[in-house]
Write a protein that binds this ligand. Structure first.
Ligand code: Z5A
Length: 209
């Protein structure tokens, strides 16, 4: 008999919210408990398209806003067969940023709107849950200075946060990320467990218009 499918569990949030830290801790915890799980992150800078995105984020190349938006989306489409196969084979994917970052960051730029930005995401696998790790600007600032990458500026991050709030739907859980790492991990593990139980037997769906 076929086993159950994996869960697509997505982390979103602004800069330094602790997404990578929590994704890694969750994958470790699940693997220790015998639940197959893997870490995935977007942008995936290792692919052909990801390398151009990396140069863009490091400000080594300039690209029109719409073109770079489509590259971020294409980077997810490059991995779409992998996502579907892993989920179907029972591996849960713990994903560090996904389509919602794609839309929230691009739509924070002048002349870009949420609807236009969402269109290329339609048809990608839909997450079983989206956790938005939320931090105030003050707490975020205490976690260190912004780096040198594109988008690492307070005004821009404020617009991104407001876009995330416009995108949220019933799949989303907003988590106060201003907690010790271990406490946050326990809270997130609890959410994963209930999503894992409730998704058993449900098909993988896709993002819609
Ligand atoms: N982008 C886009 O435009 N379009 C898209 O489609 C996608 C992305 C997918 C690069 O992303 C940029 O690409 C990003 C969005 C854009 N631009 N920005 N800003 P990335 O994923 O490569 O890099 P990042 O997402 O910017 O990483 P991050 O946000 O800076 O980090 P994080 O993953 O949220 O946090 P962390 O690395 O786990 O922790 C940050 C620091 O805080 C670190 O020193 C930790 O030790 C500390 N930390 C973590 N948790 C805690 C707690 N609980 N308490 C105290 N300190 C903590």
């Amino acid at each position: 008999m076929m086993g159950r499918r994996g869960v697509l569990f997505v982390f979103e949030g602004c800069d330094r919210a602790g997404k990578t830290t929590q994704c890694r801790m969750l994958v470790d915890a699940l693997c220790k408990r015998g639940i197959p799980a893997e870490y995935m992150n977007f942008p995936d800078r290792s692919t052909a398209i990801g390398k151009i995105i990396n140069d863009y984020l490091l400000k080594k190349v300039e690209l029109p806003d719409k073109a770079v938006h489509l590259l971020f989306s294409a980077n997810r489409w490059e991995l779409e067969p992998v996502i579907k196969n892993k989920l179907a084979s029972g591996v849960s994917l713990i994903v560090d940023r996904y389509s919602y970052s794609g839309v929230a960051f691009s739509a924070a730029k002048k002349g870009m709107d949420l609807k236009w930005c969402w269109n290329p995401e339609i048809g990608l696998p839909e997450p079983d849950a989206v956790l938005l790790l939320n931090l105030t600007e003050e707490v975020s600032a205490k976690r260190g200075d912004f780096g040198l990458e594109r988008y690492e500026a307070t005004d821009f991050q404020r617009k991104v946060k407001s876009n995330f709030m416009d995108l949220k739907d019933s799949l989303w859980k907003i988590i106060d990320a201003d907690k010790p790492v271990e406490n946050l991990h326990v809270e997130i593990l609890d959410i994963f467990n209930s999503v894992y139980e409730s998704s058993a037997g449900k098909p993988i769906t896709v993002l819609k218009a």
